[in-house]
Design a protein around this ligand. Structure first.
Ligand code: ZN
Length: 100
């Protein structure tokens, strides 16, 4: 939980954590309290308005974005390695046909 709030939670664990928070009222409550303390209090001192629901949403969607980014990264890594294989195959084919 604190790892998530510090944004040090590993990307592959954020997804599971968010899923758990969605189903677990206890953790959702604790998360909201922690966000309230970590973000609500400083903004109260600055006399800006603080919306707990908005802060929760932005935290959760921030976590979601991270996991999506990682997923996309993995897909592009996979696509990238396929391209490498294809390039290697073409090079091999050229090497053979040109008798190199
Ligand atoms: Zn829980």
């Amino acid at each position: 939980m604190s790892e998530f709030l510090d944004e040090t939670l590993r990307e592959d664990r954020i997804d599971g954590f968010l899923r758990h928070v969605e189903d677990c009222e206890e953790c959702r409550e604790e998360l909201s309290i922690r966000i309230l303390v970590s973000e609500g209090l400083p903004s109260l001192e600055k006399e800006t308005t603080f919306n707990l629901n908005e802060a929760m949403k932005s935290r959760i969607s921030g976590g979601r974005k991270k996991t999506e980014l990682v997923k996309k990264l993995w897909i592009s890594v996979r696509v990238g390695s396929c391209m490498c294989l294809a390039a290697a195959a073409v090079l091999l084919y050229l090497a053979f046909t040109l008798g190199l």
